[in-house]
Design a binder for this molecule. Structure first.
Ligand SMILES: [Zn+2]
Length: 324
């Protein structure tokens, strides 16, 4: 049985843009609420049906009493609004009944009162993936998505300082500590859904490095490049591509230099690295367009550019897909 208060909160607090979710919530919960008020008093239900016999209200009440107990469990899964296809590296935004739990690619979350269901498809996701949904009554089911497979470039970058490509052993501890701080910022699961308003370019500049490229740095094969590089001149202001809260602001990380993470809610965050200036502090709330720092070449970089990453928790996504 669904919790009544959750329905009330979701309906009352819902914004105009979430009308489909509100409608689904109202539809889904109408049945169980009818049962709750009538199941323990069947004779009264019968008399009500007789009194209202022939009216649409009586028909609806009878239908709800007959079917809602089983329909609700199944419909939590079918009520979720999700695309049938997604591209590798894409942020997927759908909707589901508040309280619906979901698991995707090893990460679990719960749909909040805003009804937003969001997740990210990894660079190497297979051609078919499933998202598992858990309804508030304990039932569960899966929805499948076809994943458009991409071809990634091979990118050779030479001339990087050797100590940044193969860091000396004494630096390993520092790098591990910094990476742990970044990872900690990415486990947040805020109820914000700033990403729903869309994203803008943080700087307007030529794309100098695309998402997914297999990287060979100074001749050594490395992890793929899981972000977008924008070749703006040093000092160019970097603007928040969407509203969010700053969860990390560091001026001097070993590999990434000036580093800012902006959390857009529900595990969605952006990272900006190689910054020459960091002009925000953790906890600060930014609107889209607010300046968070300036383009630079700090950390492991051959020249000034903005490295812009997009994440759903630890899954690295392609920011360029946000702007198409
Ligand atoms: Zn980059």
């Amino acid at each position: 049985m669904h919790a009544g208060p959750r329905l009330i909160r979701a309906t009352a607090g819902a914004r105009p843009g979430l009308e489909p979710v509100r409608a689904q919530v109202a539809r889904m919960h109408a049945g169980p609420r009818s049962i709750r008020t009538t199941a323990g008093a069947r004779p009264r239900l019968e008399s009500a049906r007789i009194r209202l016999d022939g009216t649409p209200a009586a028909l609806l009440l009878a239908a709800a009493a007959l079917f809602s107990r089983t329909a609700c469990a199944v419909d939590c899964v079918s009520a979720a609004t999700l695309p049938d296809t997604a591209t590798q590296g894409a942020l997927v935004v759908g909707s589901a009944l508040p309280g619906t739990g979901y698991e995707f690619q090893g990460h679990a979350s719960v749909v909040g009162d805003d009804g937003v269901l969001v997740f990210g498809v990894a660079r190497d996701a297979p051609a078919r993936v499933e998202i598992v949904l858990r309804c508030v009554d304990g039932s569960r089911g899966a929805r499948a998505l076809a994943v458009t497979q991409r071809q990634y470039e091979i990118e050779r970058v030479d001339g990087l300082p050797e100590k940044t490509v193969n860091p000396p052993a004494e630096i390993a501890e520092r790098i591990a500590r910094e990476q742990a701080e970044v990872a900690a910022a990415r486990v947040r699961d805020d109820p914000r859904s700033d990403f729903k308003s869309g994203f803008a370019w943080p700087v307007h500049a030529r794309i100098s490095g695309v998402y997914g490229s297999q990287r060979i740095l100074n001749g050594t094969p490395k992890d793929p490049h899981l972000a977008l590089d924008l070749a703006a001149p040093e000092g160019t202001p970097v603007q928040a591509p969407a509203a969010g809260v700053v969860t990390l602001a560091q001026k001097d990380y070993y590999l990434t230099g000036g580093t800012v993470i902006l959390d857009h809610g529900h595990g969605v965050s952006c990272v900006f690295i190689h910054l020459s200036q960091v002009s925000v502090t953790p906890g600060q709330v930014l609107a889209r367009g607010d300046v968070l720092g300036a383009v630079g070449k700090t950390g492991r970089a051959t020249g000034p550019h903005l490295h812009w990453g997009l994440n759903w928790f630890e899954t690295r996504l392609d920011p360029e897909l946000l702007l198409k």
